[in-house]
Design a protein around this ligand. Structure first.
Ligand code: ADP
Ligand code: MG
Length: 628
């Protein structure tokens, strides 16, 4: 590889410029976090080196005591952070300090509104990182050398954080990274040992490496360690404050905000490991990104092994952040080994149970907080019942839905346990309706009979709900039953009298049914008298064993060619329109009425008309004929 000694000036990626701009303005009131970010990166760099050195200890180059040093110079107005971690090659510098390599970055920046207050909240979800040094500095110089590369392949990067940076190859005897911040004029407050000590102990006490500063005072010489420098998770729970837990979270989770809650467990016995798992308070910006990183880091006997060890936590808990430190895995464990490993399997199942337990606890003790959690992560958690049946019971208790009981309000707050507790005598099933919006679900004609009888119906409008209900088919021994599928069996809620009436009506209207069926032969499988409707003239339902109507819509919308099954048209003989049709002798008008009946039933479930113009045309013709 040839080394480019020349100095180059390169432009920042557009997203970096946006980030710099946004950050400098929005984080100005919290300037001191720049040091936390730099120390966090230095610590990550040390972790990486330690891991690489497991295979090749020559990378240590006679300097295996990893540490971080913080210096300041009052005259020059500089702050310097030095580490002897893994360092960066020239390519890595360009990649990491000139672009944002995270997946989903583009989408994130597209979601920015231009409104500073709103955007400054979003920035927290994104994580600020290295670029935060430009909050306090108007010039930053990074000198670094990748472990294992010759001293001639050092790199110097320097920028004023405006639109470009320069990079050159330099001689660098020492491995690792040195970052010099030239402070802005009004940042003198940071040129003070007490202030820096304070910031380090506040944010970086948990960092496992010693963070060194020169001793202060007239006759003091030499260095001292400013932080505790022990792995936080190895300490006793009762000795760790909430602040310490929170700061550790920000470091491992690359997040800017406090987490919602955490669970810290030491497992002893046949397997020994410690897990410290956090639930963030906001969704990470890449929650829906397929390549998103899983946030649990794996350590083996305090040595960092890998980020985002997806084997440690199922993908439906991908928002969980934290660490697992195992005593049993070999230090040279690789991703491939993790895939078929009994130790990992049992750690994963332990971690899953612990997170579910944590959520259960929150749901019981702090309903409001749990509601917040559900709003942010509910959709992800729902994937859990689809992916496997292992945790179905625990998961289904954690689910929350909108329901007609809550006046049809959109918030998802009703649990299946609540629902079951409110079931009426004789009610055999848990009823739900699925639709592609809350309003469509809530106003679905299929609910009419339920509303009349005061039977609660769950209103499901997340796209994933179709899959959830096809996997979660019962709760507490009660079947989950779609209100727009199959013949309606209201169990003992419908009394004998009503059942008889229904049969009678089917007989009384058998001729009408025949006539409508003939007209709509192409569109429907069957026409029958409804027991669902009280106000609407007609609705569509699907056969017990056919795919649900809404699922069909979703699949069709996603371009999947599915053999569409014909629906069943149910008509309400008590409705004036149906009464009118029944006595309509003009065959052409009768046809128009029948088509309108079908089309409006389709519209009210959120479906798409095959020929909307013809619907409007027919409707108008009828309105005119009525007006005559
Ligand atoms: P993050 O830490 O979330 O990855 P940052 O903006 O803090 O984002 O850092 C960007 C990248 O720059 C890091 O992932 C790392 O690859 C590199 N980097 C930053 N500081 C250092 C350092 N001191 N030593 C080695 N690499 C570093
Ligand atoms: Mg960082």
């Amino acid at each position: 590889m040839s080394v480019e000694a020349k100095q180059e000036t390169l432009g920042f990626q557009t997203e970096v410029k946006q980030l710099l701009n946004l950050m400098i303005h929005s984080l100005y009131s919290n300037k001191e976090i720049f040091l936390r970010e730099l120390i966090s990166n230095a610590s990550d760099a040390a972790d990486k080196l330690r891991f690489e050195a497991l295979k090749d200890d020559s990378l240590y180059e006679d300097d295996s005591e990893l540490k971080i040093r913080v210096e300041f110079d009052e005259k020059q107005k500089t702050i310097t952070v030095i580490d002897n971690g893994v360092g960066m090659s020239r390519d890595e510098v360009v990649e990491h300090l000139g672009t944002i390599a995270k997946s989903g970055t583009k989408q994130f920046f597209e979601s920015l509104t231009g409104d500073e207050t709103k955007d400054s909240q979003l920035i927290g979800q994104f994580g600020v990182g290295f670029y935060s040094c430009f909050i306090v500095a108007d010039k930053v110089e990074v000198t670094t050398r990748r472990a294992g590369l010759p001293r001639a392949e050092g790199v110097r990067w320097s920028s004023d954080g405006q639109s470009d940076y320069t990079i050159e190859t330099v001689d660098r005897p020492k491995r690792g990274t040195k970052i010099v911040l030239q402070l802005k004029d009004d940042m003198d407050e940071f040129l003070n040992a007490y202030r820096l000590h304070g910031i380090i102990t506040k944010y970086s006490d948990h960092i496992t490496l010693p963070i060194m500063m020169d001793k202060q005072g007239e006759d003091e010489t030499g260095e001292e360690t400013v932080n505790k420098a022990t792995a936080l998770w190895t300490r006793n729970k009762k000795d760790i404050s909430d602040e310490e837990y929170n700061e550790f979270y920000k470091h491992v989770g690359h997040d800017f905000q406090d987490p919602m809650t955490h669970v810290h467990t030491k497992v002893e016995g046949k397997l020994e490991y410690t897990s410290l798992l956090y639930i963030p308070s906001k969704a990470p910006f890449d929650l829906w990104d397929r390549e998103q990183r899983h946030g649990v880091k794996l350590y083996v006997r305090r040595v960092f092994i890998m980020d985002d060890a997806e084997q440690l936590i199922p993908s439906w808990l991908r928002f969980v952040r934290g660490i697992v430190d195992s005593d049993d895995l070999p230090l040279n464990v690789s991703r491939e080994i993790l895939q078929h490993n009994k130790v990992i399997d049992s750690i994963r199942s332990g971690c899953t149970k612990r997170v579910l337990g944590l959520l259960k606890d929150m749901a019981e003790k702090d309903v409001e907080k749990y509601a917040e959690f559900w709003q942010v992560f509910g959709k992800v958690l729902k994937e859990g019942v689809i992916e496997s049946s292992d945790h179905k019971d625990d998961l289904s208790k954690l689910f929350r839905f909108a329901s007609t009981h809550e006046d049809g309000k959109e918030d998802q707050t009703v649990s299946l346990e609540d629902y079951v507790a409110r079931m009426q005598e004789g009610q055999k099933a848990i009823y739900f309706v699925t639709a592609d919006s809350h309003a469509t679900a809530k106003n679905s004609p299929h609910l009419e009979i339920f509303n009349k009888k005061g039977i609660e119906v769950l209103l499901l409008s997340d796209p994933i709900d179709e899959w959830v209900t096809s996997h979660l088919t019962e709760f507490d021994g009660k079947p989950l039953q779609s209100v727009n599928k199959g013949a309606l069996d209201l169990g003992d809620i419908q009394d004998e009298e009503e059942k008889k009436q229904e049969e009678q009506k089917n007989k009384d209207f058998s001729k009408l049914i025949e006539r409508v069926k003939k007209v709509l032969d192409e569109e429907v499988k069957e026409v029958r008298i409804t027991s669902r409707l009280t106000n609407s003239p007609a609705c569509l339902v699907s056969d017990e064993n056919d795919m649900g109507r809404h699922l069909e819509q979703i699949l069709q919308a996603s371009g999947q060619a599915i053999p569409g099954s014909k629906p069943i048209l149910e008509i309400n003989p008590d409705h004036p329109i149906v009464k009118k049709i029944d006595v309509e002798s003009d065959e052409d008008l009768f046809k128009d009425w029948s088509h309108i009946l079908f089309d409006q039933a389709l519209l009210s479930e959120g479906g798409q008309l095959k020929d909307p113009a013809s619907f409007v045309h027919k409707l108008n013709a009828l309105i005119v004929s009525l007006a005559d």
